[in-house]
Ligand binder design. Structure first.
Ligand code: XBP
Ligand code: MG
Length: 262
């Protein structure tokens, strides 16, 4: 059976709960920059999140909520400019304090790194945003812990298409059966499964509660810490208080062993 050699992490909602208090206000700040009175509320943003990718999300907002809006120039250039501004605001916000990593993230990254399990990222957001988020974490050079950062527009299709996970696998030079994915959204789960990454853990985040995770073998509320216990929604924690590497090795065996035997 293939050995567990890498963990592939999603970013937004998984490493940190960035959507509500990071991406959303950054979009609003970009709208204000160009004199637009558009404000994406917490609730509206939850709806818009069904569409992955910031530029794609702005297009969706225009289509559904501002059908009469006419930009000064070509629409694509207008959206690209807005999104560039949004990224600059997001990066600044991370530099000014950032958003904390979710419970258990740093612990699991440290544990994996200590035993040579490789780390990778597969995300819809930009590499710039990933770097800014990780730079705000209480561990210097955290970005360098990741062998692969597959991010944003480097693939033709964003999640739920499998492209970004397939790219992460190519750059890791590993088959899907050597990896475990950690995701927080149904779009992310579909993307990972589409790339053959069947061993996946879902850590539900604030915007993904209530989504259908029935295709995932293990779903928890958080990775957790000894003093912040994780709760399993699907699957078992096998008596553990939080998600550790041993649990992920068990998940990996559970998913890939029967296939190797059969
Ligand atoms: C998150 C996304 C992104 C972010 C915004 O996906 O869908 O669009 O909301 O990022 P994931 P950009 O959880 O897969 O990382 O504006 O940079 O696209
Ligand atoms: Mg996510």
């Amino acid at each position: 059976m293939a050995k567990l050699e890498a963990l592939i992490f999603d970013v937004d909602g998984t490493l940190a709960d960035t959507e509500r208090d990071g991406h959303r206000p950054a979009f609003n700040a970009a709208f204000a920059d160009v004199g637009l009175d558009w404000v994406w509320s917490v609730e509206l943003y939850g709806e818009l999140l069904r569409v992955t990718g910031g530029k794609e999300r702005i297009h969706e907002y225009l289509r559904v909520h501002r059908p009469d809006f006419v930009p000064a120039g070509p629409l694509d250039a207008f959206v690209r400019d807005l999104h560039r501004r949004k990224t600059a605001h997001y990066v600044r916000m991370m530099q000014e304090g950032g958003i904390p990593l979710r419970s258990g993230v740093l612990r699991l990254l440290r544990e994996a790194r200590a035993v040579g399990v490789r780390l990778a990222i597969a995300t819809t957001t930009t590499a710039e945003n990933v770097a800014a988020l990780l730079a705000s974490a209480p561990e210097p050079d955290l970005i360098d812990w990741f062998d692969v950062v597959a991010a944003g527009d480097v693939v033709p299709n964003k999640k739920p298409a499998p492209d970004i996970f397939a790219l992460a696998l190519r750059e890791l030079d590993l088959p899907p059966s050597s990896c475990v994915v950690i995701e927080d959204s149904d779009n992310g789960v579909r993307s990972a499964l589409g790339a053959g990454l069947d061993a996946l853990l879902v850590t539900i985040s604030s915007y993904t509660e209530g989504q259908d995770f029935s295709a995932a073998p293990l779903v928890v509320d958080q990775l957790g810490e000894p003093d912040q216990p994780a709760t399993a929604v699907v699957g078992e924690l096998d008596g553990r208080v939080c998600v550790d590497l041993e649990l992920l090795r068990g998940l990996h065996r559970q998913v890939f062993e029967p296939r190797a035997d059969g």
